[in-house]
Design a protein around this ligand. Structure first.
Ligand code: TNX
Length: 525
């Protein structure tokens, strides 16, 4: 199955074999196929023995390409976090006795289908992780982390050892785009709060975080050419709190933190509606003809930019230009939803002009489904949230679609009528219903090739800190991770429910304030 093993790996195996005789460990029978992995891998073959992760394990990468070495370092840090073991990466120190290896190998193997595909070959003395790119290796590392038992076995040998079930895993994502969205505009979330969210998303193989950076209630990213956007527009939030914003340096730090987790940031400036905070900062932008004042309520659809003014577009050219400079990913999200007070002809004009500005700055436009009313180009991406007809139309015109149907995928919907936080305008979404839908067939008439992926948006009208955010996001976001990655035939609620129950060890250690739904028999330690 794993065809090309590098020479360096063979040398490592030979070196290990030359070490003074190491004690044979008799592992109890394991079953890799029964490991509670989320997302469930495409293919797993169990060989019923184990790799003994211990202090004599070392991590090596096949090249010293900094991106790959970073993946090795990341694994080492996470092993330390969960076991306390301090494993060297690419160490040339031969004074230390190394008995077992984890070898992260970049391979240009045809059986690795996508940049994020990976294969794991777990044997008694070696773990070989093959991937085409550092991103693929990073996804494979998450699988490995999930295979490390919570507690060591201290009776198999004279020191602590974490048995990792042996066998092979061949894995590839179903969708290229697996996203979460966080609304930092209705309530502001600190850098540390967003970083923690990124950590958890990475553990479940998400590759995109869409940041809803602006709305009626606040503007959250410093724009140097238009400083009042944050000086004025960053100062308030829903409910009258103090708001906040990211400086460009902080935003860059977030982008880099996400990149270390192979997660792309998609910045959104929502327009022409949802723009009260911008217009309060610079009144010439306003197109609704009404007096401006700060807004800390939760209504939508009352604000608009003036689509007829050239100065509005030169403002947007500056804003988009600055954000694009800070954002390496391919996309810029222009919002486009719920522009209820923009004349339809103005709305269409606006979307088409802004699309050109985004393209001029070298990015692909993403827009909420209403932007399909305009004549958008096929390189632009449509994000479905409420009206399927827009998704099918845009797909016919060649655009790719991100699926975020509110009634299934909105993380801000309450679980049920007793939920502490959230809204329910689209639905109550209990944990099983969040999981029980098939994105590939959900929209009738939408061809599979048109689906770029799925995204779970978390709007923040009712939440303002990590605890509240985690209550709504988890465990549902874990289910969306599986819907985005695993083949439909592996997505089975009964099976998933058992695996979800076993996420407790990670969620507790990470101090995630998940909602402990009664639909799952949580395996408390
Ligand atoms: C609709 S979904 C909105 C947001 C709200 C959300 C609340 C979308 C594109 N617009 O402005 O925050 O509902 O669930």
């Amino acid at each position: 199955m794993i065809s090309r093993i590098s020479v360096a790996f063979l040398v490592l195996i030979a070196m290990a074999a030359c070490q003074p005789a190491k004690p044979e460990i008799n592992f109890p029978k394991t079953d890799l196929g029964a490991a509670p992995l989320i997302p469930k891998p495409v293919k797993t073959v169990a060989t019923h023995s184990a790799f003994g992760l211990d202090q004599n394990t070392a991590i090596y990468t096949s090249t010293t390409d900094p991106k790959l070495e970073k993946v090795g370092q990341f694994l080492s840090e996470k092993i330390k976090w969960s076991t306390g073991l301090d494993l060297a990466v690419n160490s040339s120190d031969d004074s230390k006795s190394v008995e077992r290896f984890i070898y992260i190998n970049l391979a240009d193997d045809a059986s690795l289908e996508t940049a994020e595909s990976y294969q794991l070959d777990i044997k008694k003395d070696s773990i070989l992780l093959n991937a085409k790119t550092a991103a693929g290796a990073f996804r494979g590392i998450q699988t490995l982390r999930q295979l490390i038992p919570e507690k060591s076995n201290d009776t198999l040998t004279d020191h602590a050892l974490w048995p990792i079930p042996s066998g092979q895993i061949v894995d590839s994502p179903k969708f290229e785009y697996r996203g979460a969205m966080l609304d930092v505009a209705r309530h502001f979330f600190t850098l540390d709060e967003v970083k923690k969210y990124l950590d958890i998303l990475a553990y479940y193989k998400y590759n995109t975080l869409h940041l809803h950076l602006t709305d009626d209630q606040g503007w959250r990213l410093e724009i140097k050419s238009w400083p009042k956007l944050t000086e004025v527009g960053g100062e308030f939030e829903v409910g009258g709190g103090k708001g906040g914003f990211y400086t460009q340096e902080e935003y860059k730090e977030l982008v880099a933190y996400a990149a270390d987790r192979h997660i792309t940031i998609v910045p959104e400036v929502d327009m022409p509606g949802h723009t009260n905070a911008a217009s309060v900062s610079y009144p010439f932008l306003n197109g609704n003809g009404k007096p401006l004042k700060t807004y800390t309520g939760t209504q939508v659809g009352f604000s608009t930019f003036d689509a007829q003014k050239d100065t509005v577009y030169s403002f947007l050219d500056d804003v988009i230009g600055e954000i694009v400079e800070l954002t390496p990913g391919p996309y810029f999200h222009m919002g486009g939803d719920e522009s209820h007070v923009t004349k339809k002809s103005d709305y269409i004009l606006f979307v088409e002009k802004v699309e050109k500005i985004i393209q001029k700055h070298g990015k692909q436009m993403v827009g909420w489904n209403e932007v399909a009313q305009a004549d958008i180009s096929s390189s632009s991406v449509l994000q479905l949230w409420n009206e399927a007809k827009y998704a099918t139309k845009a797909a016919q015109d060649g655009s790719k679609i991100i699926l975020s149907p509110a009634e299934k995928a909105y993380l801000d919907m309450q679980y049920d009528s007793l939920s502490k936080f959230g809204l329910h305008w689209a639905a109550y979404i209990p944990v099983d219903e969040a999981y029980n839908w098939n994105p590939e067939t959900y929209i009738e008439g939408l061809p599979r090739e048109s689906i770029l992926g799925i995204e779970a948006p978390l709007w923040s009208e009712t939440i303002s800190n990590s605890t509240e955010m985690e209550y709504l996001a988890f465990p549902r976001a874990i289910g969306y991770a599986e819907l985005g990655w695993s083949p439909a035939e592996h997505c089975n609620w009964e099976d998933y429910r058992q695996r979800l129950a076993q996420q407790v060890a990670y969620l507790n250690k990470k101090q995630v304030a998940y909602y402990p739904t009664k639909l799952v028999d949580w395996k408390e330690e």
